[in-house]
Each structure stands twice: as structure tokens, then as C-alpha cells.
Design a protein around this ligand. Structure first.
Ligand code: FAD
Length: 412
């Protein structure tokens, strides 16, 4: 039966969820204070990696925390002023890093991400933007063979879950990406992965198609939610109240502010990342490149080359620290000496990060007619369309294509 559904959040997760719900014939309204795709979904690395099922925290993470605190511009840093606020989240992250839990997380995430290309295809074809999606594979390049060997676990976890990869030596890396400067002793090629050539245009194009198909997007800030014992009543917004029947929370790193209204306390951090986009680099790459030792991706986008990475824990509201983007720019000069930084632009975005690297997908635990789809952390672009399709199944009462129990809000 068609429902009246309101979604908070017009990022990639909100828009793909809206698109799949609209395809089911529901009456769907998306509410966001910004135009579609202008928060975290704006400036990510664009990587579509069905193989990215390994959580952020692996065994041994505890020993690395002092380093995170002592190097404010390192690839992972906690701003000292935010440390005590984030401490409970980090304790959960450490608890999720034991091997048995890491295996469970990878088992839960792989079936979701495996659907990435398959779930995007009908949406991008319908919106006439299939050109945005490329399945070229990507290259992983390590400076040293010992660095590659130290990272054996995450690659083994992927391989055990059916992710295809080919080992590369120095010559093999150069052959796949001849433009790559520097010397890399070892690496991998992952043929089934790919990328989006412009993540902002992807979200905006799907949003435009959703509206052509009869969906509504309303630009308002949600300040509060009026709740009755049998479900949500209205969104209190900066432009008056909006009555709601079925509500879906896709508000990225702000989602737990809303889930708390319904009695679900979800530990969520804004894991802030940065990019620098070079609009006139004078060359492009045949596919994205990942440098795990430096922890960044370089992606060939339609607007130039983008380097993206960094994890900074400072809360949602702290000002960006663009010195972190400058660190990426310095890395970029090392990898591509002489790259032109004319018109290079910098950006900061907030990954909605749970401590176990799994999203929250499914119904609110105590309140009827409330659903969640948030917390995708590093894989929200890959996970967007599969989540949207899953949400449409769940809301329609169809059996979901995979086990969603690991994504429940009450797991924390
Ligand atoms: C540097 C970087 C690189 C990344 N690279 C990749 C990658 O290569 N591949 C990948 O899969 N993922 C990547 N990610 C992660 C990915 O970008 C995110 O997981 C994804 O964008 C999250 O989408 P979302 O829709 O959940 O949230 P968002 O895009 O943040 O959308 C949430 C929306 O909710 C709205 N909202 C919040 N509060 C309110 C309110 N009170 N009222 C109204 N609206 C509200 C916001 O305005 C926003 O539009 C990267 C992230 C970063 C920072």
C-alpha cells in the first residue's frame, strides 16, 4: 500500500532511498536545509568499491591512538578539545577491533556493498547519467613491500569474501597507471571496483529525476520532531511545522540527534575528511589510485584530479582546518611532481561514522513509522543505492535481499 513518507536528508543516502521508495509508488517528500548533495556527499573520493567490507578498526588499533593524538596533521587525528566527548565512541571502536568482531562486520558489510553497481544502474539509467559511473578497477600502491606485508589482514579479509585482486610489482603498477610518479615496490589491482566521475552531480541528477517522477524536495532546516506515543506527528522546521506519517532519517552525521528523539541512542561521530581538486592538472589517470601508507585516494574526475583522505575527529561544528588539505596537496606533489595547482580547490566533509563501521539501516526500535538509513562512514557513496533499495523492501514489507540484523540501531 502506498504510504506518505518524509525523509530528512538529501545526501546520497536520502536521495537513493527517496528514488527507490518513489519507484514503489509512495508519496515521498525529502526535507533538507541544503540543496541535494551539498554536505558530505559533495566532495568524497568518488570510489565505488563493493570490496570495501573491512572496518576502520583492526586488531592493534589501541596501540596507534597515542600517535593519533600527538600528530595533529597525521592521517588520523583527534582534536584535543574533542577527546573526552569522543572517548566513549573510541572505546566502542577499540571493542569492535577484535578479530572475531572484525570478521562479523566484514560478513555483514560485503553483501550490502556487493550490490553497489547493480543498485545504481537502474537509477542512473533512468536519470540519463549512466556516464557518471565507471567500473575500471583501481590500483593500490605501497612504497615498500614490507608495508604491503604488514597490511596482509585487510586484503585477506576481502579475498576471503570473494573480492577479486591481482598482485602487482613495481612494473605492474607502472603499467596500469603510467602517470604515477615515485617508486612503489608492491601493490594490487582490484578489477571489480570503480568510481563516480562527479559525486555531487550524481546526487543532484538523481534528485532532479526523483522530482520529475513526482517526488518533492523541500528546503528547510528540521529543528525538532513532534512525537506522539503511536508515531511521529510533525517536523518542526525553520519555516513552520510539516505533518508527517512515515519518517526516514538520512541526516548523515546529524542523524543521531533525531534517533535520540525516538529512544535510540546511536554513537555517531563526524569523521571529517578533506579533499583538494585540481581542475587543470594537464593529465588524467585511467583509474583511481589508493596509497594505503599515506591513506588517500586520487580519482580522475570530470572536473579534474581529486586527492581525498584524512580522518579528523573534532565534532560537527568545528571550523575546517585546511592545513589538513595542505598536507594532501603536499602528498600530491610527491606523487605527481609538478602538477599544476592553478584553481585547485579545498573542501572538508563529515563522514557519518559509527564505531563498528556498519551503517544503521532499519526500523526505530521503539517507535512505529520511523526508519533509519545513516552511518555509512567511509562507504556512503558505495552503500547509497544498495541502502535505498533495501529500505524500499523493508518499508514495503518485502523480504530483504540480505540479513539486516547487523545494522539494527539497538546493537550498541
Ligand atoms: C574526504 C572523504 C572521502 C570520501 N570518499 C568516499 C568514497 O570514495 N566512497 C564512498 O563510498 N564514500 C566516501 N566518503 C563517505 C561518503 O561521502 C559519505 O558516507 C556519504 O556522503 C554520506 O551520505 P549521507 O547521505 O548519509 O550524508 P550527507 O551527504 O551528509 O547528507 C545528509 C544530509 O542531511 C541534511 N541534514 C542534516 N541535519 C539536518 C537538519 N536538521 N535539517 C535538514 N537537513 C539536515 C544535511 O544538510 C545533508 O544534506 C568520503 C567522505 C569524505 C569526507
Amino acid at each position: 500500500m502506498a504510504k506518505n513518507i518524509t525523509i530528512i536528508g538529501a545526501g546520497i543516502v536520502g536521495i537513493t532511498t527517496a528514488s527507490y521508495l518513489r519507484r514503489d509508488g509512495h508519496d515521498v517528500t525529502v526535507v533538507d536545509m541544503r540543496p541535494p548533495g551539498e554536505y558530505c556527499s559533495f566532495g568524497n573520493a568518488g570510489i565505488l568499491s563493493p570490496g570495501s567490507c573491512v572496518p576502520q578498526a583492526l586488531p592493534g588499533v589501541l596501540g596507534k591512538v597515542p600517535g593519533y593524538l600527538s600528530d595533529p596533521l597525521g592521517p588520523l587525528a583527534i582534536r584535543p578539545g574533542h577527546f573526552f566527548k569522543a572517548l566513549p565512541w573510541f572505546l566502542r571502536l577499540v571493542a569492535a577491533s577484535r578479530l572475531s568482531r572484525v570478521e562479523q562486520i566484514a560478513d555483514a558489510l560485503r553483501p550490502l556493498l556487493k550490490q553497489t553497481f547493480d543498485a545504481y544502474l537502474p537509477l542512473v539509467q533512468h536519470a540519463n547519467v549512466a556516464d557518471l559511473i565507471r567500473q575500471t578497477g583501481y590500483v593500490v600502491a605501497y612504497d615498500t613491500r614490507s608495508g604491503f606485508q604488514k597490511d596482509a589482514l585487510p586484503w585477506q579479509l576481502r579475498r576471503e569474501r570473494g573480492v577479486l585482486m591481482e598482485e602487482l610489482d613495481s612494473a605492474g603498477i607502472r603499467q596500469k597507471v603510467p602517470q604515477l610518479g615515485g617508486h612503489y615496490e608492491a601493490g594490487l589491482y582490484l578489477p571489480e571496483q570503480g568510481f563516480v566521475t562527479n559525486p555531487e552531480r550524481l546526487t543532484k541528477s538523481l534528485a532532479e529525476q526523483f522530482q520529475k517522477d513526482g517526488g518533492r524536495i523541500v528546503q528547510r532546516k528540521v529543528l525538532d520532531i513532534e512525537v506522539a506515543p503511536d508515531g511521529p506527528r510533525a517536523l518542526v522546521t525553520d519555516a513552520g511545522n510539516m505533518a508527517v506519517e512515515t519518517l526516514v532519517i538520512c541526516a548523515g552525521s546529524h542523524s543521531n540527534e533525531f534517533s535520540a528523539k525516538f529512544g535510540d541512542s546511536v554513537p555517531l561521530e563526524a569523521e571529517r575528511g578533506y579533499h583538494v581538486t585540481y581542475s587543470d592538472p594537464n593529465f588524467t589517470l585511467p583509474m583511481p589510485v589508493f596509497l594505503p601508507q599515506q591513506k588517500f585516494f586520487v580519482t580522475p574526475m570530470e572536473m579534474g584530479l581529486r586527492i581525498a583522505g584524512q580522518s579528523e575527529f573534532a565534532g560537527n561544528d568545528a571550523e575546517p582546518n585546511y592545513a589538513r588539505a595542505d598536507v594532501l596537496a603536499t602528498q600530491m606533489q610527491k606523487v605527481f611532481p609538478g602538477i599544476s595547482n592553478v584553481d585547485a580547490t579545498k573542501w572538508m566533509g563529515r563522514r557519518p561514522a559509527t564505531p563498528d563501521s556498519l551503517p544503521v539501516i532499519g526500523p526505530a526500535s521503539k517507535m512505529p513509522n520511523v526508519w533509519y538509513a545513516f552511518g555509512h562512514g567511509h562507504v556512503g557513496l558505495c552503500g547509497g543505492a544498495p541502502t535505498g533499495r533495501l529500505m524500499a523492501d523493508l518499508i514495503a514489507g518485502r523480504p530483504p535481499s540480505m540479513d539486516v540484523a547487523p545494522f539494527r540501531a539497538t546493537r550498541f
